[in-house]
Design a protein around this ligand. Structure first.
Ligand code: NDP
Length: 242
């Protein structure tokens, strides 16, 4: 087990890019040890090496419960019990509702919703033992819906409902926070499989002004509040987003 002085151990899913990577940087800078979970192991290993002491890269797919169990055991053995879990891993595979997109629907539900639920279930004993925070990365799409984002919105609305229930079950020792960003400049839209939607959404994201670091700063602020205060939900958009 590490002897590095620490504010706690933060586990971040989807730490290989975007909001997850920025959150890992922010929490490490704030004094947390960080466990970086993602499938692209080259990226999380490079990030762990860059961050140095107190950063651990663990290859993990949030749809693989056995792999998450191994990851949880490594976190406990190598860093200590997790006190923060950021459920960030996600896919936004937008497009018109059609059978052609059905594989996208399954993947989004498995990663965005079931992935967060399974990761939390696997780490729950550590989080309750340490007392801490669960941060669920939802979206403006968890509060609104529009044509072309139905199943993505369904996963984020689902995340919102589950988070509120979990918040009530785990209080006061574990705080549950929902973060709902609008457009943030990341590689998220590049994975869209529907060609016309990919082009349109990537054009929209090309003008994105809010950065992953902006969101990470909000997350770091939220969990640094004194333990008697819980920030339950933050909805945030670029100032120019309707
Ligand atoms: P990125 O595409 O940069 O990050 C997504 C992350 O999810 C990657 O690190 C990826 O890692 C990980 N991931 C995907 N599938 C899996 C899986 N099966 N197991 C483990 N990790 C996985 O996009 P963002 O940073 O933008 O997205 C992060 C979260 O923020 C998502 O939940 C997204 O819905 C949410 N969000 C983003 C917004 C935006 O505008 N960017 C707005 C609102 C919410 P790897 O591929 O290496 O496994």
């Amino acid at each position: 087990m590490s002897t590095t002085p620490s504010r706690g151990v933060a586990v971040i899913t989807g730490a290989s890019s975007g909001i997850g990577e920025a959150t890992a940087r922010a929490l490490h800078a704030a004094g947390f040890q960080v466990a970086l979970l993602a499938r692209r192991v080259d990226r999380i290993e490079a990030l762990a090496e860059e961050l140095g002491a107190g950063a651990l890269a663990i290859e993990a797919d949030v749809t693989d419960r056995d792999g998450l169990t191994v990851a949880a055991a490594r976190v406990r053995a190598e860093l200590g019990d997790a006190s923060v879990l950021v459920n960030n891993a996600g896919l936004m595979l937008l497009g018109p509702f059609s059978s052609g997109q059905r594989e996208d629907y399954r993947r989004m539900i498995e990663v965005n919703l079931l992935g967060a639920i399974t990761t939390t279930e696997v780490f729950l004993d550590q989080l309750t033992a340490a007392g801490g925070d669960i941060v669920n990365i939802s979206s403006v799409a968890g509060r609104t819906a529009r044509a072309g984002n139905g199943v993505y919105a369904a996963t984020k609305w689902g995340l919102n409902g589950w988070s509120e229930s979990l918040r009530q079950e785990l209080l006061p020792d574990v705080r549950v926070t929902l973060i709902e960003p609008g457009v943030v400049a990341t590689e998220l839209p590049t994975h869209i499989t529907h060609d016309a939607t990919n082009t349109a959404i990537n054009e929209l994201y090309a003008d994105a002004t809010v950065t992953a670091a902006d969101i990470a700063e909000v997350i770091a602020f939220t969990i640094s509040r004194p333990r008697h205060l819980a920030i339950n939900e933050i909805l945030l958009r670029p100032a120019g987003q309707a």
